[in-house]
Design a protein around this ligand. Structure first.
Ligand SMILES: Cc1cc2nc3c(=O)[nH]c(=O)nc-3n(C[C@H](O)[C@H](O)[C@H](O)COP(=O)(O)OP(=O)(O)OC[C@H]3O[C@@H](n4cnc5c(N)ncnc54)[C@H](O)[C@@H]3O)c2cc1C
Length: 507
């Protein structure tokens, strides 16, 4: 810790202002004394985490009610938008975060010090306090010391914002990121410039690739023959209509999305992910515009979105390549894509001058485990323990302040992210999203659970929810058996790097 750094004392320091971080502050505000001082450290310029710098045309892929800050309603949505299952836009999400944080601060007269555009460098403990080192991102020599009674590290998914792929100097390639595709000048260049006929390669086939392909096919009328996809193994999406139906089913006893998830968890044994995905796809729970898809990362899409994407990529045998991009390089003076096919062989594809290549690769990445509670109880780190970021921040913080987390966290299953195997990773992901949440929430006292969680996206008495409740004991047993990671792990169960996809250190 630098001796000459400025010192800021507080009751609670939170690192992270994304979905997990805002949930932490909202939950913590219920336990902190009136007028407590809270320091929030985040790299972005405002509340929102990855949403702040995400491409402008991004929306939630699931319903807004599944994306809450504790019990807080989405006040500024119009009544027809509040109707389930509206997918909020980036602007609406940022507004919801901003207004909720304001309400939370005002209600408890909190003194919130926003160290935005600051980087958290680490912490140590001394004399019952946590000492946190921070620097200003624009001026790394501007260091601060925060001395806090407690620290909550709400880094959550810590989602990286995509940059364009590097291009060796002098090559005529437009290397772009999804944010570029949102700009009118980029679309104008694709439509009217010297390169108006150049091919467009979208690299990736998940939620970001879908958003980009749909935007391109809508903004470049008649140009879908130019759109190609380097799809990795091909990503499945959960059917939005099946998982989050807009209306109650006419036959309440008919099997629905919840029943299909129960079936999925029942047949998953930890190793048969692809078989499970294909099985539930045949029953309508999953779908993909990519032939023989083999990955799933919990994205959701409507039938119309998938059909539109498939049309833009038709004929798929000419426009979809099942491979991973390794790099853009020069080949006999021409730009080319170096790709690794699924069988491990590599191949080059020469590109016409001016080709557009858009990086829509993995948003999720491997993160090392750390104890959920450490340093004698002074430090808490939710790390997606309740399956997804927001509920993890919310439930873990309530349990932490209630003194109920210490006995729980060591036994909670922790999924591993293996970029080489997004079939088993995806099954683990969905299983932990549903079951870790239920496991953690069940430890909250009933009055806290009722007052601190958003209204369910499913109607409370629905027959399939009752069937899920009945199945819980065997599903919990399964969860503990097939999801082998724990937050106490010191050695990872899988090789961490992004071997399946592009990464900055790919040769
Ligand atoms: C395009 C896209 C769409 C998505 N749509 C959905 C959806 O519809 N539904 C859904 O449930 N999920 C969705 N997700 C998943 C998404 O990751 C989560 O929903 C959520 O936004 C992640 O929030 P988070 O708080 O975990 O992480 P982030 O938003 O990444 O926030 C991490 C925070 O930690 C801070 N931080 C980390 N390290 C440091 C450091 N050293 N110093 C300072 N600050 C630090 C960051 O600055 C940031 O504030 C989507 C993801 C993407 C990329």
């Amino acid at each position: 810790m630098e001796a000459d750094a400025e010192v800021l004392a507080c009751d609670l320091c939170i690192v992270g202002a994304g979905w997990e971080g805002v949930n932490v502050l909202n939950a913590a505000s219920k336990y902190l004394p009136e007028s407590a001082r809270v320091v929030v450290i985040a790299r972005e310029r405002t509340w929102g985490g990855q949403w702040v710098d995400q491409y402008d045309f991004v929306r939630l892929h699931g319903p807004h009610l599944a994306y809450g800050i504790g019990e807080r309603p989405w006040l500024s949505l119009a009544p027809q938008q509040k109707a389930f299952p509206y997918q909020a836009s980036k602007r609406e999400i940022l507004q919801y975060f901003e207004e909720t944080m304001e309400a939370c601060v005002t209600e408890r007269s909190l003194d919130v010090v926003k160290l935005f555009e600051h980087h958290f460098d680490g912490h140590s403990t001394n004399d019952g306090k946590v000492e946190i080192s921070v620097h200003r991102m624009a001026q790394p020599s501007a260091k601060l010391r925060v001395v806090a009674s407690r620290l909550i590290k709400a880094l959550g998914a810590d989602t990286p914002i995509k940059s364009p792929f590097p291009v060796p100097g002098g090559l005529s390639v437009h290397s772009l990121c999804p944010g570029d595709v949102g700009s009118p000048s980029c679309i104008a260049k694709m439509r009217f410039g010297e390169f108006r006929a150049a091919p467009i390669f979208v690299v990736g086939s998940g939620k970001t690739a879908m958003d980009v392909i749909l935007r391109l096919s809508r903004e470049l009328p008649g140009a879908s023959h130019r759109i190609h996809c380097i799809a990795g193994r091909g990503t499945y999406f959960a059917s939005r209509e099946v998982l989050f139906p807009a209306q109650a089913p006419s036959d309440p006893d008919a099997a629905d999305g919840i029943d299909l998830m129960i079936e999925m968890f029942d047949i998953f044994d930890g190793t048969n992910g692809l078989e499970v995905l294909n099985h539930v796809a045949s029953k309508g729970l999953l779908r993909s515009p990519i032939p023989d898809a083999a990955s799933f990362v919990n994205g959701t899409a409507s039938a119309q979105e998938v059909a539109e994407m498939a049309a833009a990529l038709s004929p798929s045998d000419q426009k979809v390549t099942k491979a991973h991009l390794l790099c853009i390089q020069q080949d006999a003076g021409q730009p080319s894509l170096l790709m690794r096919h699924l069988d491990g062989s590599t191949a080059r594809k020469q590109l016409p001058p001016g080709t557009f290549v858009i990086n829509c690769t993995d948003n999720f990445r491997w993160q090392p485990a750390e104890p959920v509670i450490s340093d004698g109880g002074l430090v808490m780190s939710p790390q997606l323990i309740a399956g997804t970021a927001g509920p993890s921040g919310n439930i873990a913080t309530h349990l932490y302040f209630q003194g109920k987390l210490e006995d729980l966290w060591r036994g909670v299953p922790r999924r591993n992210y293996d970029a080489r195997d997004k079939a088993n990773t995806g099954c683990q992901y969905l299983m932990t999203a549903v079951l870790n949440n239920a496991l953690m929430a069940s430890k909250l006292p009933e009055e806290v659970r009722i007052s601190s969680t958003p209204p369910s996206i499913f109607s409370p008495g629905s027959p399939s929810l009752l069937r899920l409740k009945e199945a819980m004991p065997r599903l919990m047993e399964k969860l503990h058996r097939v999801v082998k990671g724990r937050y106490t792990d010191t050695q990872e169960l899988v090789v961490p790097p992004h071997l399946g996809g592009w990464s900055a250190d790919t040769p």
